[in-house]
Design a protein around this ligand. Structure first.
Ligand SMILES: Cc1ncc(COP(=O)(O)O)c(C=O)c1O
Length: 338
């Protein structure tokens, strides 16, 4: 089948770009040094490609991702790099531990998350340290006390994690590097007091700058988006949303069926090659060609999303295509939900 025969909107993954991204990252962060973040692609089939490339450990953001990975036989070393308190969901992770389906580690950043993990029958934790992003992660001064509490509750403290998400989108590489040095100093100091073998952090935007960690938590590099593409990273845009031109106005604009419900917009408008995107509405993207003629109704158009993770989460299938647009494989987005 050719991509142009797919019902639209449809997620496309350029096979060459994906293979290039995987190889580039695996060369710099081989084997267990890379812990790919499943939240970017939410597909066990894609995760299996990374596992085959030597990366047996994964990061997840939701319990659904953890259980789905375990059910797919990809549970060798799963890190829930996020704080979860729901006892019913955590109990699902406890069951994975009890029946040996997965090695489960969860991030903790408060006495409450320590207690919740211990009650659920989880054995392994990382102390999540705030390194500058105003999100999860304990105050660095609290990290040793939290580690003591976890050990007193019978948990194994494998080390620390700290996600420098406030730096991922900083355009200027020197400023990104300077911010990273500060953030990783905080993480290293916490690690010195907490102990354990693991120092987990980083992401696509700091992939070649962050050298003080034992493992990199990167996900977007696999598929990429226009926001990361702006940073001049060596990864190629692999993910697009294929649309059909549903209306053309001879005053100079065209409309395709790729709107807000098929695209995440939190990082801005999507891009269309050779065109200026005017705006998106629920079911539509409106754009004006800049250096090509107006398309015709029924033509296909590739829309490049600005933020990969939440775009993928809106779809059920990833279509792997070759350079000619033939569909090579269809990968279910089977890790959606919580
Ligand atoms: C905890 C955590 N680690 C790592 C990442 C890095 O992901 P990416 O490579 O997509 O920037 C994220 C992204 O939001 C994250 O939330």
């Amino acid at each position: 089948m050719h991509a142009h025969d797919l019902p639209t909107p449809a997620l496309l993954v350029d096979a060459d770009a994906f293979a290039h991204n995987m190889a580039t990252m695996s060369e710099a962060w081989p084997g267990p040094r890379l812990r790919p973040h499943v939240k970017a692609f939410k597909s066990t089939t894609l995760a299996r490609e990374l596992s085959a490339a030597g990366h047996a450990g994964f990061c997840c953001a939701t319990v659904r991702e953890m259980t789905g990975m375990a059910a797919a036989g990809l549970g060798a070393d799963l890190l829930l790099a996020n704080e979860v308190l729901d006892p019913a969901r955590l109990a699902q992770l406890g069951r994975l531990v009890a029946d040996g389906t997965a090695r489960v580690t969860v991030a903790v950043d408060s006495p409450e998350t320590v207690v919740a993990a211990a009650h659920a029958g989880i054995h392994d934790v990382l102390v999540d340290v705030n390194v500058g992003l105003p999100r999860c992660g304990c105050d660095p001064v609290d990290a040793p006390r939290l580690a003591d509490q976890a050990r007193a509750a019978g948990l194994e403290v494998r080390g620390v994690m700290g996600y420098e998400g406030h730096l991922m989108g900083v355009d200027d590489r020197d400023r990104r590097a300077a911010g990273l040095a500060v953030a990783m100093e905080v993480l290293a100091a916490a690690h010195a007091e907490v102990g354990g073998a693991v120092v987990s952090g980083g992401g696509t935007g700091t992939w070649d700058l962050n050298r003080s960690i034992t493992e990199l938590q990167a996900g977007s590099y696999t598929l990429m988006d226009t926001a990361y593409d702006r940073l001049g990273l060596p990864f190629r845009r692999a993910l697009s949303v294929l649309g059909t031109v549903v209306s053309v106005n001879r005053a100079g604009w065209a409309v395709a069926d790729v709107g807000l419900k098929a695209l995440a917009m939190d990082h801005g408008d999507p891009s269309i090659d050779g065109a200026t995107v005017w705006f998106c509405s629920d079911e539509h993207v409106t754009w004006a060609p800049t250096d090509t003629p107006l398309p015709r109704v029924g033509d296909k158009v590739r829309v490049w999303p600005a933020h990969v993770d939440p775009t993928v989460a809106k779809h059920e299938l990833l279509h792997l295509i070759d350079a000619g647009g033939d569909v090579l494989d269809v990968w279910p987005v089977d890790l959606r939900g919580w």
